[in-house]
Design a protein around this ligand. Sequence first.
Ligand code: ATP
Length: 513
Amino acid sequence: MAKQEDKFKSVISHAKEYGYVFQSSEIYDGLSAVYDYAQNGVELKKNIREYWWKAMVQMNENIVGLDSAIFMHPKVWKASGHVDAFSDPLIDNKDSKKRYRADVLIEDYVAKLDAKIEKEVKKATKRFGDAFDKVEFLATNGRVLGYKEKGAAILKRMGQSLEKEDLADVKALIEELEIACPLSGSKNWTDVKQFNLMFGTKLGASAESAMDLYLRPETAQGIFVNFLNVQKSGRMKIPFGIAQTGKAFRNEIVARQFIFRMREFEQMEMQYFIKPGTQKEWYEYWKETRMKWHMSLGMGEENYRFHDHDKLAHYADAAADIEFRFPFGFKELEGIHSRTDFDLKAHEEHSGKKLQYFDHEENKSYAPYVLETSIGLDRMFLAVFSNSLQEEELENGTTRTVLKLPSVLAPTKAAILPLVKKDGLPEIARKIMGDLKWDFNVAYDEKDAVGRRYRRADANGTPFCITVDHDTLNDDSVTIRHRDTMEQQRVKISELKDIISKEVSMKNWLLKM
Ligand code: ATP
């Protein structure tokens, strides 16, 4: 646990030191769970967004984009169920005065059981060596089965109690499991209450005429209310999708995990409109397709898993999360939800307008069913960033800090380094930079010894260093150094563009899907 915490702390401090993420309004001691993306962070974030957009919109002729406004008519949130049901169960510890999400306290308890299972697996792997059969072990070992059953029973009971709004039972469960406040160890809890997560604001100049608005808590509703506009103007035929990226706002009860849970964050969502009755197939299809997108980034299969929901939201008939192994354990990164026709029907009812699709093949109109994929851009950023940050032991006994970002996402693709600040080398380096910057984000660095500049580029996640030396004056060649292997190659200046392009092109990465 301490190791995990250390790793998480180093992620946060590295993000600050290298210009990725800053606390918002830091000079005023910060604003809780609000963050700013700095010079490198904004590039990484942009690249992740583009990688998603390309895979979802550009590569699918039946998926189109949208950029709807953050402000929406307040009736939207009544229809969607957010006014009545977008709340989390909160509980306070009377001694520490700390506030928690009751469901998260229980889920963390279950995560500890999962960690115990992993420990058993590790022990058995050591004991049995090559003869160890993990699948068999997980299916038969008494202790493992005990932990699994206990965890499943706890989550089932919690799911049922939350669904029935039986908050007293959620508190009873916390007490029965003897869950203590992680900060103080106290088990002195208040009752569980529901807390609505939407931020309210006002539109209008005078107090009397002002209209109560909400900052959108998800981007999806902007898609639903525009469904027919897009379908008609784009002559879209079912199945088709509408994708959008943009800010969402939630007044989260507990926000102590850096950019994992923020009050202002960005979502990348896609709603796929389908024929009623086909939702199971499309649910499987999008689960698989989204997982392939994650896999294409090469961040380790073992770091992802599906988690099927026991407790379904009011709008869903099936839902799963893609969970990622963050520095604090496996947590939700993306949700795939089969939303039925709940949203379109609700908007029809509240607006009095028809939101139906005329199916020429079937010769009838209906409200399509919807399959949703929803991923937090900031969470994806944290997944990529934390997984990439590594402390590496080198052969000569020293260590290096390297940010092994998938090169397609790296903010800077190459650093161009004149070996010395004289003899015409800076001029050549500047010329190379001038050529490459049309195609890639590149940086120029002439300060310090070249070894230190390499380390700086490594820590910054830059996949290539290009060094201009005295031989360059005669042979038009430079040394290109690869971040991950530290291998160096002598290449012609004219080859640089192709070498970098091959390594960082979105096409080459997305082809791995
Ligand atoms: P959680 O259970 O972690 O609160 P959720 O199930 O409420 O998440 P969704 O409403 O399904 O999340 O939102 C879709 C995605 O948006 C999530 O998978 C996550 O990546 C992202 N997301 C949700 N809330 C936040 C937040 N407060 N900060 C950053 N990202 C978020």
